[in-house]
Design a protein around this ligand. Structure first.
Ligand code: KIV
Length: 278
């Protein structure tokens, strides 16, 4: 396959050409390598890593240092995909200056190509400031896990006219602020369709129906590696937990019984050499 590194401009061109955009999260080198090899367009180093790989209760405790550490591993693994660093809670909400410094860290220290942040009208000035500083931004509206307590829990957003109108307005404001793309999480499909038709920039959906310009899934959900919380939209393509558990149990059994390692997994030394040793 003739491939080149994907940029935010390429992602925007895909909408114009009617090509669906594929996006997955990744938090480490091997996952990024495989997603890149599979031809995924965008890799998001999501703050979901707080729950999926660090074992936190939610995404709020995730720090910039943790995000940078994982983003570095991902950028070492993926050559072609556009890599987006997800700005953790309180890394951008405090001031435009903090937002620029932290987004700058994703690009300078970790090699990310863009950042994502949660919020609509409330973060418009922050998005503008980042774009002005030369940092491509993906917006994230609808269900925004960093403000989950304000939303009353993990539930679909925009179910009534007022709520839906707010999401549409947020999307328009993000585009006006210069976001190169907008992620829609847990939004009724007809509302996501309207937003997708209204915006010039691409929409990426998760639990937002088939009409979005692209789709994203949390990789641990689609691989069956995280079952503490499984949203309706998280399609499981394989149950890796079961396969891994079987492998761990087989290994434990074989070591206990002394059937591993076999000759095939051991190194040998010439008998003559062996006989010389006292
Ligand atoms: O952190 C994350 O994984 C996300 C999802 C919506 C993709 O933001």
């Amino acid at each position: 396959m003739d491939r080149k590194k994907i940029t935010p401009v390429d992602i925007q061109a895909m909408k114009k050409e009617g090509k669906k955009i594929t996006m997955l999260t990744a938090y480490d080198y091997p996952m990024a390598l495989l997603e890149d090899r599979a031809g995924i367009d965008i890799i998001l180093v999501g703050d979901s890593l707080g729950m999926t790989v660090l074992g936190y209760e939610n995404t709020l405790p995730v720090t910039m240092d943790e995000m940078i550490h994982h983003t570095k591993a991902v950028t070492r693994g993926a050559k072609y995909a556009l890599i987006i660093g997800d700005m953790p809670f309180m890394s951008y909400n405090t001031s435009e200056r903090d937002a620029i410094i932290n987004a700058g860290r994703f690009m300078k220290e970790a090699g990310a190509d863009a950042v994502k942040l949660e919020g609509g009208i409330t973060v418009k000035d922050i998005v503008k400031a980042l774009v002005k500083a030369g940092i491509p931004v993906m917006g994230h509206i609808g269900l925004t896990p960093q403000t989950i307590s304000m939303l009353g829990g993990f539930k679909v957003q925009g179910k009534d006219a007022e709520g839906a109108q707010k999401i549409i307005d947020d999307a328009v404001q993000l585009e006006d602020a210069g976001a190169f793309s907008v992620l829609l999480e847990a939004v009724p499909a007809p509302i996501a369709k309207r937003i997708t038709e209204r915006l010039n920039v691409p929409t990426i959906g998760i639990g937002a129906g088939v009409h979005c310009d692209g789709q994203v899934l949390v990789v641990h959900d689609m691989l069956g590696l995280f079952d503490r919380f499984t949203p309706k939209f998280a399609k499981r393509y394989v149950n890796l937990s079961e396969l891994m558990l079987n492998a761990f149990e087989s290994y434990r059994e074989e070591v206990s019984k002394g059937t591993f390692p076999t000759d095939q997994h051991s190194f040998h030394i010439d008998e003559k050499e062996l006989s010389k040793i006292k």
